[in-house]
Write a protein that binds this ligand. Sequence first.
Ligand SMILES: Cc1ncc(COP(=O)(O)O)c(C=O)c1O
Length: 394
Amino acid sequence: MKTVKLLKSPFEYKAPTLNNDHEVVHFFDSVPFYEPTKLKNLPTLAKKLNVNQIMVKDESSRFGINSFKGAGGLYAMACCIAEKAGLDVDNITYDELMKPEVKKVAEKITFYTATDGNHGRGIAWSASKLGTHAVIKMPYGSQEVRAENIRKIQNTSVEITDKNYDDTVKEVRELCANDPNGIMIQDTAWQGYEKIPGWIVKGYSLIVDELLHQMKETPTHIFLQVGVGSLAAGIIKGLEERMTPEEMPIITIVEPENVACYYLSAEEDDGTRHSIHGKTRTMMAGLNCQTPSIDAWPVIKDSAKFYGTISEDVDAQGMDRLSHPLGNDPKVISGESGAASFAYVYEILSNNELSNLRKKLGIDKDSRIIVLSTEGDTDPNNYRKITSVESKFK
Ligand SMILES: Cc1ncc(COP(=O)(O)O)c(C=O)c1O
């Protein structure tokens, strides 16, 4: 049964203290193969759903690796190599990383990570671009096709374990600790491991920079899907660095109903992070994370207005809708985790029984809504199944 939930944040909004630093953009501007991803406008759908605009930032074309993850991975790995080579981490350029003496440093390093697939693909790809190496472990239930997509990149070592995400991270930590040239490159932070995930979060702010150049008017609402929350934290920080508090859109966090650690943490309302225990299952593989990242949690807690969840069929409906656009709206190929934030908005705006949620979110005919489609068809078989055989929009 299609289900969406919406919870108003019990936490007080706290104005951030952030610098307006642009070293991330400076770095990516120096990368010869960097190109912004498209912001797709869906005017026909917006009209049908009685809002001013629905815009989808389509991350499927990010660096040709089918998800947004390359932005964080490449930036963080560049910072790690720069640091090891004694360069100024706040002023890295791609040319500098390609100098023979820096490449010699990079060659020796092996980056270790646990991943649902997309982060690992970003790391393997970044390793190939920076002349270094990667070792990747995936939690049980990961699709072989996702492992294969990583393996294809310079024969990267990939294994699907019999552990959940959190335990796979622990396994990788131990492995890395035994390699004198190993660097753990995880997109979630914990006590004592914050610098590298911090660089990953910072790398994601590239998306905001592009977004604000691509939009004519600033958004009124933004919906962000979360796993551990690093992406959302990067987007929120990026927005807060570039906008005044009055300009900030209303932020809603979206999770799969089976693995909603942010929703749970908001529901518990004691200001701390709460985890989902046991083996969790959802087709939204990138969002199948049991614990909020220690660094992302305070950023999201201080700025998100709402927390929401979706069931699997709501997600499938969103993927299908994006794949079968109305009128002349562009098509967006969006995978299971990729479509989650759109799927949430679409169900609320298209289901008349949910008009109370629309009202609670403050959405009306003037609203300009942004969602991130964070991946393309990273599991092509499931994507085909959902958007062709079972499509209700054909
Ligand atoms: C496609 C996709 N979207 C969203 C996310 C969520 O990112 P985070 O774990 O940083 O919240 C992920 C994470 O792997 C992902 O793969």
